[in-house]
Design a protein around this ligand. Structure first.
Ligand code: SF4
Length: 318
């Protein structure tokens, strides 16, 4: 398991000149801001499948659920070539411990959703397809956090994706620990509890029951089930209301250790966050400060307090 999360990415987003016209689609946020904290695995499906650079453009045609990939100018059909190559490449990627994937939007190979599909020549496209490689990847690795570069310009979506990448990286490290023990899974759940709560409380309850009933169960199977619930919960967007709830809950663990002015300070900052006057980083930093100051052991290792590198400033949007 690599120390940094390993993330698959459409090569053109890294600045590689692999597009049909010999150009790239460099994304500065990905290379300059996120890049230092992750390890990229670049894949260009069209080049790797043998379509060359430059190349004629292709598009998806037919049924959106199982479209064909066809060259616009000549009508040459690339479906079999791309499908066979994608299945083999995805098998390789499945062995590479990926913790996430960033795909180029709108591409008939890489697009994750809403890719144009043409029912037949001369008709307007419908935005209901998935790129052939993206579909193979997402079907084979359903827990893998996957996002398109365009959606990463939205601060809450970006925060959610990167949070899931780092969470999946931690979870895969747990699965990779040999031997996986019951106490390791219990400890993992204890450390992730408040992060899960911020995303989806009903899942937290289900996961709590799963972890409480591990005795006599096949541990690998239970950990897989845990992973499905965990990644499903984190895929739900946390809100100001759910974060406020978690912050108040955390506060309850150490409020009796604070003097009256410290107590007022924490409550005031949580209130300001609730009214959207300050970003999430403000109450979380204050809570983390008191957790360290008063050495609140139970909360010290909580992922919620630092789910991703703070240099990424993901919790700084109002
Ligand atoms: S979108 Fe995908 S197939 Fe197209 S150039 Fe980028 S990496 Fe290659």
């Amino acid at each position: 398991m690599s120390a940094k999360p390993r993330i698959g990415i459409s090569s053109c987003l890294l600045g590689q000149k692999v597009r049909y016209d010999g150009q790239h689609k460099h994304d500065a946020y990905l290379t300059k801001t996120l890049g230092p904290f992750v390890e990229w695995v670049a894949v260009c499906p069209e080049v790797e499948a043998g379509m060359g650079v430059p190349r004629p453009t292709v598009r998806l045609v037919g049924d959106a659920a199982s479209p064909r990939m066809v060259e616009e100018s000549s009508g040459r059909d690339w479906t079999e070539t791309m499908t066979r190559w994608a299945a083999a490449r995805v098998s390789e990627l499945a062995r590479m411990d990926l913790s996430g994937y960033v795909l180029k939007k709108d591409s008939p190979s890489c697009g994750m959703e809403r890719v144009r599909v043409y029912a037949r020549a001369g008709t307007a496209p419908r935005r209901e397809g998935r790129g052939l490689f993206a579909a193979a990847l997402m079907d084979r690795l359903p827990l893998l956090p996957v996002e398109e570069e365009g959606r990463l310009n939205d601060p809450p979506l970006r925060e959610n994706f990167i949070e899931r990448v780092f969470a999946y990286h931690r979870y895969r490290a747990l699965l990779g620990s040999a031997p996986l023990t019951r106490s390791a899974l219990v400890a993992y759940h204890a450390q992730e509890k408040f992060l899960i709560q911020a995303h989806h409380e009903p899942s937290l309850r289900l996961m709590g029951r799963l972890v409480a009933g591990l005795k006599g169960r096949d541990l690998r199977q239970a950990a897989q089930e845990y992973g499905r619930l965990y990644m499903g919960a984190l895929a739900r967007q946390a809100t100001v209301r759910t974060h406020t709830n978690v912050l108040e809950h955390l506060f309850g663990f150490f409020s009796d250790r604070l003097d009256p002015s410290e107590r007022r300070q924490v409550l005031e900052v949580i209130r300001q966050y609730h009214r959207r006057l300050v970003p999430l980083v403000v109450p979380v930093t204050l809570v983390r400060h008191f957790v360290r100051k008063y050495d609140i052991t139970y909360l010290l290792g909580q992922s919620y307090l630092e789910p991703h590198p703070k240099e990424l400033l993901l919790r700084n949007h109002a």
